[in-house]
Structures are given as C-alpha cells and as structure tokens.
Design a binder for this molecule. Structure first.
Ligand code: ATP
Ligand code: MG
Length: 448
C-alpha cells in the first residue's frame, strides 16, 4: 500500500507482545476433572448423610459484615486475629469479610430470619470458606467445609447424634483409622474458675510462653492450650485441666454423652487439652483426627455452643454442630485408595456425518435423554465434519456402552446403527421409530 500513496508513513512494525498468563490466587485452587468427580460423589454422600438424620440445607452468603465473625468467633482467636479476608467495600464503606467458617453465619441467618420461632432446627451447609493461612498440604486459603448445626437442643443426645453422624460418614465412605477425641468445657463459671488456675499456672511459668501466649494470658488463657508451638507442649500438658473444675450438671451431660457413644460402639478418647480454636464452645467439644495427613490431621471438629445464639442477638437457645474439611477428606480417601476413577461419561455416544445428519442426531439424543439415558453427541473442534474413525475413537474414550451412528445412508432410510462398544462390537440397523426401545433394550441387556 505505502508505495501507492505518496508520503504515506511507513507502517509501524509492532514488536510481538508477549501476553502474560493469568494465574489464580495463591492457596485458592481450581477443582478439575477427574478430581471433581470424587468431590461430586463425596458431596452426594454428605447430602445423603444429612437426609438420613433429618437435617435441612441452609445457604448463607459468602460475604458477611465483619462484625458477624468478630462477635461469633471471638476476637482472641487465630481466625479473627490473623486469618480473615476483611476489606472495606469501596462503593459504600461497609466492612465485609469472606466467611472463614460457617457457624457464625448460620446463627446470624437463623436469628435474622427467626428460624427457631416454631422449634429447634437441624441444618447443614456445604461450601467454600476463606482463611489467610500459609498454604500447604491440607491447608488452603479457599477450602471447603461440610457442616451441620443442631439449633435449639440442649440434651447430650444431640451431641451424641452429631458424633454418630460422623462415624456413619466414615463407614459409608470406607475411611478407617480416624480417632475421636472428646472433652467437656463445662459452663461459664466452671471455665472462670479454671481460667484463674490457668493464669496462676502460666504466670509462674511466664518465661516458657511464646509471644502469642503472653498476650493471650490476659485476654483468653484457655486459647493457650490450643497452641501448635512444639516447645510449649510440655507446659500445656501439665496445665490445670478444665475437667477437674466441672460441676455435677456438666459432668452428668458429659457422662451421658459417653454412655450413648459406648452403646453405639463408638471408640473415643477423652483429651483434657482439647479446647478448639473458636471462642463460642461450652460443654462437649470433639475432633476427628488422622495420622495419615501429616500435620493437618484434624478432619472434623465441633461441639456445643449454647451461648452463641444469644450473643448474636437472638433469644437464648442451646445448639451444637461440627464442620469437616472436604479437602482433607478427599486427600484421606486418596491415601486409602477409596476413590474410583470416572470410567464413563455417558451411556450412548452419537456419531454422525455432519450436514443434515445432525438433525436426527440431535433429535434422537434428546429423545433418549428424556428417557434417562446419558448421551453425548459428537461435536468437532473446528466446525468441520470429523472422520468416522476419529468419532469412533472419541466414542470409545467417552466410556459409552454404545455408539449410535447416523450417516448419509441412515438419513436416507430414516434409520440408525447401534454399535456395541464394550462386549461384542456388533452393530445392527434399526428403523428410527424404534430408537428408544432398541437403545433401552440394549442397555438393559448390557447390564444383565
Ligand atoms: P486446624 O487446627 O487444622 O487449623 P481449625 O481448628 O482451624 O483446624 P476448624 O475451624 O475447626 O479448623 O474447621 C473445621 C475443619 O475444617 C478442620 O478440621 C479442617 O478439616 C478444615 N480446615 C480448617 N482450616 C482449613 C484450611 N485452611 N484448609 C483446609 N481445610 C481446613
Ligand atoms: Mg486453623
């Protein structure tokens, strides 16, 4: 062009621009096939478990006002002190937080929607949680929890019920080697008496405390027992135990829980140092732990949180619940060889010759799907008709039992070919009006 137009500027030669790759946020993972298949199966088991015990689904938003977690979790906790994704909404100045756990939000929703108005509720949730932690195996910044909350129930039978739910889940999934630790945190006055003993004990050993613990000594000494600092383990080991401060009522609650568990053959250990990382627990607390996941061995934990509903602005009502880390369960299932691969994507793979054959292919596929058959219709990556051979390769790779073939000849004769991909390899031609009957018959006889 430039030599035709006098004085035209030389075309600018652009250096090839290297487009940088976009990447996800550290510690927040994509879940891809085939792993997503394992997750879907696990999610179905979890939803089935909830249904077995009469628990209903609740879904709260992923964002809450920061105050929900400050009040609901407690300010002197790992989550609130260091792990929350909190920010100001630039558009209206609201202080918001990506939910780091489920309970505070569920309780907020129950209070706001007056859900306990006509009696107690059994609820479950499933979804992503967010904590700004150092990413490592079993510890991510976006992770997923399944959790259950039994709201409005006071008796130890509910504490037992929610523990039995966990055991049933492990049994359903075939997971072994998990151990159950339980403890009782008593009531407020018992914790206060214990707290005084703890402060006295830690003060007389102050040189052995790490920085976090010195600060917590004033604010929340119980939390010191939850430390992960190896050099403080012995100190914590010898600290006064809350269980020795429990009164009659708390002991009776704990005792009855244990009796129900024993009667159901649940093996457990009382761990007097188990306090859990959140502020709102009382009476029963428990954790399910494995040695197979390294340092991130707690797969589920929970307990009773009777003070929380009132603290969140509701009418006082007792409650308990637990949460389970889905990533850790999946990891454990892999470790124990409990995950099978997805072998089939569909029952029938439709092969066609493009052009007009696409019409009966697409209509036939919908007819089959309406009858509950899983069907994939071949689609080419470039819009051109793929060769018969490459379509049959795809049909095979899809794991389909049958290929349904509609070529030019079939179009003309208003028929289709059905090829057995798994057993005989035979193929037969049938009139199109027999499509549904022939395919269903074939699938039924294949499954015999
Ligand atoms: P940990 O002691 O491992 O930090 P936690 O006490 O903070 O756990 P909870 O708040 O009780 O954990 O959450 C319940 C479950 O959620 C845990 O037992 C674990 O399975 C899972 N979980 C917690 N934090 C993470 C995370 N950052 N990544 C993956 N799973 C997690
Ligand atoms: Mg934690």
């Amino acid at each position: 062009m430039s030599d035709l137009i006098p004085n035209a500027p030389e075309p600018i030669k652009k250096a090839p621009v290297k487009i940088s790759k976009l990447v996800g946020v550290k510690g927040m993972n994509d879940l891809l096939p085939p792993d997503s298949y394992i997750w879907e199966k696990l999610e179905r088991s979890l939803i089935g478990l909830a249904k077995t015990y009469g628990y209903q689904n609740i879904r709260t938003p992923i964002l809450e006002h920061t105050g929900v977690f400050l009040r609901g979790i407690g300010e002197v906790t790992d989550i609130v002190e260091k792990e929350m994704y909190s920010f100001e909404d630039r558009l209206n100045g609201e202080q918001l937080t990506l939910r780091p756990e489920g309970t505070a939000a569920v309780v907020r929703a129950c209070v706001e929607n007056n859900l306990l108005y006509d009696g107690p509720r059994r609820l479950y949730y499933i979804g992503p949680m967010f904590r700004h932690e150092r990413p490592q195996r079993g510890r991510y910044r976006q992770f997923h929890q399944f959790g259950i909350e039994a709201l409005g129930f006071a008796g130890p039978e509910i504490d037992a019920e929610i523990i039995l739910m966990c055991q049933r889940l492990w049994d359903d999934l075939g997971i072994s080697g998990l151990r159950l630790e339980i403890n009782s945190l008593g009531n407020e006055s018992e914790r206060l008496a214990h707290r005084q003993a703890l402060v006295t004990y830690f003060e007389s050993n102050i040189s052995l405390l790490d920085e976090d613990s010195v600060r917590r000594l004033k604010l929340n000494p119980l939390r010191i027992l939850d430390t992960k600092n190896p050099s403080m383990q012995e100190l914590v080991e010898l600290a006064p135990q809350l269980i020795n401060f429990l009164g009659e009522e708390s002991l009776a609650h704990f005792e009855q829980l244990q009796q129900i568990l024993k009667a159901n053959n649940i093996v457990f250990k009382i761990n007097p140092r188990l306090v859990r990382g959140l502020d709102y627990y009382n009476l029963t607390v428990f954790e399910w732990i494995t040695d197979q996941l390294g340092a991130q061995g707690t797969v589920a934990g929970g307990g009773r949180y009777d003070p929380l509903i009132e603290r969140m602005g509701g009418k006082p009502a007792p409650a308990c619940g637990w949460a389970m880390g889905i990533e850790r369960i999946v990891e454990l299932m892999k470790e124990q060889g409990l995950t099978d691969e997805q072998t089939t994507q569909c029952d029938v793979y439709v092969v066609h010759s493009g052009g007009k054959t696409i019409i009966p292919a697409m209509v036939g596929a919908e007819v089959l799907r309406s009858a509950g058959v899983d069907v994939m219709v071949h689609a080419s990556p470039d819009g051109k008709v793929s060769s018969f051979k490459s379509q049959m390769k795809k049909a095979d790779a899809s794991g389909a039992l049958f290929a349904l073939i509609i070529g030019e000849n079939e179009l003309e004769a208003n028929s289709f070919l059905l090829k057995d991909l798994r057993r005989s390899g035979n193929q037969s031609s049938y009139p199109m009006e027999e499509l549904l009957d022939q395919v269903i018959d074939a699938i039924v006889s294949e499954n015999d």
